[in-house]
Design a protein around this ligand. Structure first.
Ligand SMILES: Nc1ncnc2c1ncn2[C@@H]1O[C@H](COP(=O)(O)OP(=O)(O)OP(=O)(O)O)[C@@H](O)[C@H]1O
Length: 591
């Protein structure tokens, strides 16, 4: 492709010289004509082939780049990175540009090589006509190159600067079409308000883009004028040569093609270099994600976390989500003995879920330590630690996948084992619901994806789309996921029955009692009736352990637990007895 323009220019010159010389030789003229036709054919087919090769290499490189990016994201074992807005901006840039950049660099390199070849060939042609015109054209291109590189640095900085606005715009855009948000947005009538916020983000980003574009326009107009003046000067020079008889019509034709060719080549080279330069700058974000060290330090030779023999201990644990946040845990010390069930209770924001996250080592304490049979969690491989834990989190996930997959994700080894999946669903009280679905365990549980087994299904055609479950039914699936993990050493249940009806809750807690028997477990619940038979109850208040004991001793103590329990008991009693009694009687009756 690089040789085509110069070949066409030379053939044109030779044909013109042949005809203009007065004695055209039919054979030579025909051969030159055939060469020109061949070049035309190549020029017609070449770009499509180049485009295909470019796209194909882009696809392949993009696949590898994306895989490496998500491998890197997977290596972040904790949660802190996913809560850091600057890092999230970086990940977005990496996702946006990381996949495309390597392909674009390859094509920029090929494009640059092509323009250099074409430009060099034309430059040689120019030198044969008049060496000074070659110098003039090259000198005129130098400022353009320098200016474009400067502009590209500014553009990359601008793209980084508008990153947060673009991420917010994406967030509002998603919110406006999110089926989970649709109810509230419609009821509160806030769609227009959110659309306004969405537009404000786009306008802010657009203003920055326009400012950059205007700057580029000004600079490029200046460098373009310099190049055009140089070309005009050169043309005048060659025309004068032709008038003076030192050059011919073919020379003028070749000069025009060569100047256009060299300038196009220099322009193309500048564009390719600038594009490569900008991609390299943006690619920096991709590399920064890939090279980001582990968010939670893992020792080179981690210690083994065997099944606990003594138990798990929090020793004077102080934790806050970042130095700018208040302390969420303030000097918490407590032991979860092997085989015991420990319940965590306390008001909203007391620090219960935070403690659970520290037990799974989603974060490290700022002071103090969490010890697994005396070994600091920081010395254990997080993957091994987590393999020993089964959990239902307060904010459990609802995966837009089939029912079987929703349960199977609890233990990938059991994903294909329908017997185990069904057994886990039965224990969680989900089997009845799941087996009643149109495709049983293979039913797609989603409102946003059609069932892959019935891709044509569309609600508008009356076809089958994914099924969505009720809140409590989803919670049972989350519980089934935890049950599928089987007999793990530590079972964590953070509000496992908050969405269940009274009967189901009773049933589930009955099952959980069985499951927890003789197994180390931590249960968080605001329904104090569900935790009363725990071996130990720990009351957290303001990030500190306020009380600890059994149900009976805590009631006798008459502190926070006793108050909360009395309040709940009163809530139930009042329905039977509207003439509710004194707080003292409430407490003694609760006991
Ligand atoms: N990811 C986070 N980033 C910053 N602060 C957080 C984060 N998660 C929780 N917090 C703060 O930490 C404190 C303890 O929260 P935590 O979720 O542990 O409370 P909790 O006892 O589980 O409450 P609830 O009963 O409402 O579930 C709260 O003040 C909360 O605002």
């Amino acid at each position: 492709m690089a040789a085509l323009p110069v070949t066409i220019a030379w053939c044109t010159k030779l044909v013109l010289d042949e005809i203009g010389g007065g004695h055209p030789r039919p054979g030579v003229t025909a051969a030159l004509g055939a060469a020109l036709a061949g070049c035309g054919l190549l020029a017609a087919l070449g770009p499509q082939v180049v485009q295909y090769v470019r796209d194909e290499s882009g696809r392949r490189v993009g696949l590898v780049a994306q895989d490496r990016l998500f491998q890197a994201v997977e290596r972040f074992t904790g949660l802190a990175r996913f809560e850091d807005p600057a890092f999230l901006d970086r990940i977005r840039m990496a996702q946006q540009y990381g996949g495309a950049t390597p392909g674009m660099l390859v094509s920029a390199a090929l494009g640059a090589a092509r323009t250099v070849l074409t430009g060099a060939a034309f430059l040689v042609s120019l030198v044969t006509i008049n060496p000074w015109t070659a110098v003039l054209v090259i000198a005129a291109a130098a400022p353009s190159l320098a200016a474009e590189l400067w502009l590209s640095r500014r553009r990359a900085a601008m793209l980084w600067g508008i990153g947060p606005a673009e991420r917010r715009e994406f967030f509002f855009g998603q919110l406006l079409v999110d089926v989970r948000a649709a109810k509230e947005l419609r009821l509160f009538g806030v769609g227009g308000h959110l659309r306004g916020l969405l537009h404000a983000q786009r306008r802010a980003a657009n203003a920055e883009r326009s400012r950059t574009d205007r700057r580029e326009l000004r600079v490029q107009a200046a460098t373009g004028t310099i190049a055009a003046l140089a070309a005009g000067g050169g043309l005048l020079w060659v025309l004068l040569d032709a008038v003076n008889g030192t050059g011919g019509a073919g020379d003028v034709a070749l000069f025009v093609a060569a100047v256009a060719g060299v300038q196009a080549a220099v322009g193309g080279l500048v564009l390719e270099l600038v594009s490569a330069h900008q991609q390299v700058l943006l690619f920096g974000h991709y590399l920064a994600v890939l090279d980001a060290g582990p968010d939670l330090p893992v020792p080179d030779r981690p210690r083994r976390a065997g099944p606990p023999r003594r138990g798990i201990e929090l020793r004077d644990v102080w934790f806050r989500y970042s130095p700018g946040h208040p302390w969420a845990l303030r000097g918490v010390s407590l032991t979860i003995p092997y085989g015991a069930s420990v319940a965590l209770v306390g008001r909203n924001g007391a620090g219960k879920s935070t403690m659970v996250k520290l037990l799974c080592r989603m974060y490290d304490p700022e002071r103090g330590a969490v010890l697994w049979d005396g070994v600091d969690l920081r010395e254990i491989d997080p993957a091994e630690l987590r393999a020993r834990i089964g959990a239902v989190f307060q904010d459990y996930m609802e995966y837009d996948m089939t029912a079987a997959e929703n349960i199977g994700l609890g233990d990938l080894a059991a994903m294909g084992d329908r017997g185990r999946i069904e057994a886990a669903a039965r224990r969680a009280g989900a089997h009845g619901t799941v087996s009643g679905l149109p495709r049983g365990y293979d039913t797609m549980l989603s409102r946003i994806f059609a069932d892959p087994a019935d891709p044509a299904g569309s609600a508008e055609d009356g076809g089958a789309v994914g099924v969505h479950l009720s809140g409590g039914q989803w919670q049972r699936l989350a519980l089934a996921r935890a049950y599928l993990r089987g007999e793990r050493d530590l079972l964590i249940l953070d509000e496992p029955s908050s969405g269940l009806d009274a009967e189901a809750e009773h049933e589930i807690h009955q099952g959980l009692r069985e499951h927890r028997r003789g197994r180390t477990s931590v249960l968080i619940s605001h329904r104090l009736g569900a935790v009363r038979d725990a071996d130990r109850i720990v009351v957290l208040d303001g990030g500190q352990v306020a009380e600890r004991g059994t149900h009976a001793t805590l009631l006798a103590h008459g502190g926070i637990y006793a108050q909360l329990f009395a309040l709940q008991a009163e809530g139930y009693r009042q329905r039977d007895d509207p003439d509710a009694d004194t707080p003292g009687r409430r407490l003694s009756e609760a006991r």
